[in-house]
Ligand binder design. Structure first.
Ligand SMILES: *Cc1c(COP(=O)(O)O)cnc(C)c1O
Length: 500
């Protein structure tokens, strides 16, 4: 199978090249030329399989320049007993006869980014070898929270790789900061940047595009690479769990082979939900995708009107991993919905860069609405949803998942659709303990409490075990206390790599 760019469909490269390169030179994203087909017989055969076998089955259809053994090696390194707290890896929890949660947060950092970032490092190192490079791969990340830690955990101690993460001194939660500055591993580095996320991001981009500097790194045997969410190697592992959820529902007799289900997905960069859409196009029986946004509802507006307009107020919400105004993976959906019209995509993205805005034609919009419903949810509604679901079912959701549940409820009410629905649960409630506790118990329950006291209170209240990786933070050594100015970031990277 070959891959093209969303902005140049004459380009044809292998998956290893797509994963190694990340972003196409023309600014486009890599997409498979066509999607492999999964038959009903295949779906049936997935049901008795373990998560890892399901993953090998799906991934090998996309990574045709990897042999089966290589795919299996990557999968087994990523989704192991040591890394995930449950043997099911991504288990389905039944809330009631209609609603299920696909829990994607049992990995080492307690959020769904582990599903992709645990396997990406292995796919990447194999891809680099296949492309004939002998350089050591240096991953640079600017993070607003979840991605940095997930990337550190994924890349730690992976051969022929180094990773350095910059986080904004202001703008990550206490737990997120602790998770990063206590990171272990012989190839990792972390620093705070004095400023906000934008400052950190701009600084990293500058390093990537500094040709002289990249040459100097090459002379020292290093090559920069990125682990951000537009890399095909991050998207493709996410297709697996949509099939896995369906297979689990078959196995537990909740649905019959061929029955259609809905998926509701709390969305930011549009990566997670897009993977689901690809699964549908491959043959997974899906009725609707419910795209759920927080107050940063640029996608809600786009899917309802066909106008994408990022010129709006940025809201800082209690579901911060979805605080996004430019959903980069949407470009892949547009490419698909225009039947691979690269000229149209260049037009849309040109307008987005220039005016912060583009609109699609009525027929493209109608096609999008065939598969997607969209809605949004503010912080107060998020809180109420956490509280009411806990009251009725004794099930505690995190803030992102609650956005998904709220928008699903709205969808069901508006449409009367009774199709069984799987809601993507994207983070452990312990990771966003403060907001979750305020939702359950009110402000006074958190006043004056430190992070570890909050974890204990939430454990008691929810009857859930605190994830080991979070409770351990208390006793871990603070290894990285460095902070730097934006203009010092390059120098910090040089010192990390011991490059003159
Ligand atoms: C990143 C993230 C999301 C958004 O996923 P996208 O693929 O960017 O749409 C939702 N919830 C959590 C907890 C996340 O970390």
């Amino acid at each position: 199978m070959l891959y093209s760019s969303t902005r140049d469909n004459s380009l044809k490269i292998k998956s290893a090249q797509a994963i190694k390169t990340g972003l196409s030179k023309d600014g486009g994203l890599f997409v498979p030329e066509m999607l492999p087909k999964i038959t009903q017989g295949d779906l049936e055969s997935l049901a008795p399989m373990s998560y890892n076998d399901r993953a090998v089955f799906i991934l090998s259809k996309f990574l045709t320049d990897f042999d089966l053994f290589e795919v299996k090696e990557c999968v087994d390194l990523a989704y192991s007993k040591e890394k995930f707290e449950t043997a099911g890896i991504a288990p389905v929890y039944k809330l009631n006869e209609r609603v299920y949660f696909l829990e994607l947060w049992h990995g080492p950092t307690c959020a769904f980014k582990d599903m992709a970032l645990q396997i990406l490092p292995h796919l990447l190192t194999k891809s680099i070898q296949k492309c004939g490079s002998d350089k050591e791969c240096v991953i640079l990340v600017a993070t607003s929270g979840d991605t940095g830690k997930a990337a550190l955990e994924g890349f730690k101690d992976v051969d022929k790789t180094r990773i350095f993460v910059f986080y904004p001194e202001r703008g990550v939660s206490e737990i997120q900061k602790l998770q990063m500055i206590t990171q272990e591993g012989n190839n990792v580095g972390v620093a705070a940047v004095i400023g906000n996320f934008d400052d950190a991001q701009t600084g990293v981009k500058k390093i990537f595009t500094d040709e002289d500097y990249n040459e100097r790194l090459a002379l020292n045997g290093f090559e920069l690479s990125s682990a951000n969410s537009i890399n095909w190697g991050r998207l493709v592992p996410q297709i697996v769990y949509y099939f896995s959820a369906y297979a689990d529902l078959i196995k537990s007799d909740e649905i019959k082979l061929g029955d259609k289900i809905n998926f509701a997905v709390p969305t930011g960069n549009f990566g997670n939900i897009l993977a689901g859409y690809y699964a549908k196009k491959m043959g997974l029986p899906v009725n609707k995708f419910i795209c759920a946004s927080n107050e940063n509802n640029v996608l809600t507006e786009f899917i309802n009107t066909g106008v994408y307009d990022k010129n709006r107020k940025f809201h800082t919400t209690i579901s911060p991993s979805m605080d996004i105004l430019v959903s980069s993976n949407l470009e892949r959906l547009l490419y698909d919905m225009t039947d691979g019209n690269d000229e149209k995509i260049r037009e849309y993205m040109g307008a987005l860069a220039e005016d912060g805005k583009y609109s699609v034609s009525a027929d493209v919009l109608a096609k999008i609405q065939e598969s997607f419903y969209a809605g949004c949810c503010n912080d107060e509604e998020t809180m109420q949803t956490i509280s009411s679901v806990n009251e009725e079912y004794s099930y505690v959701m995190d803030t992102h998942t609650a956005v998904g549940k709220y928008v699903y409820d709205k969808y069901a009410q508006q449409t009367g659709d009774t199709t069984k629905t799987v809601i993507a649960s994207t983070a452990s409630p312990f990771k966003f303990n403060q907001s979750v506790l305020i939702a359950l118990e009110g402000l006074s329950s958190v006043a004056g409490k430190n992070e570890f006291e909050l974890l204990d209170i939430l454990a008691e209240k929810s009857n859930m075990r605190i994830p080991k990786s979070l409770s351990e933070l208390k006793s871990k050594a603070r290894l990285f206390d460095m902070s730097c100015e934006k203009k010092q970031m390059k120098q910090v990277v040089s010192e990390f790599l011991k490059v003159e």
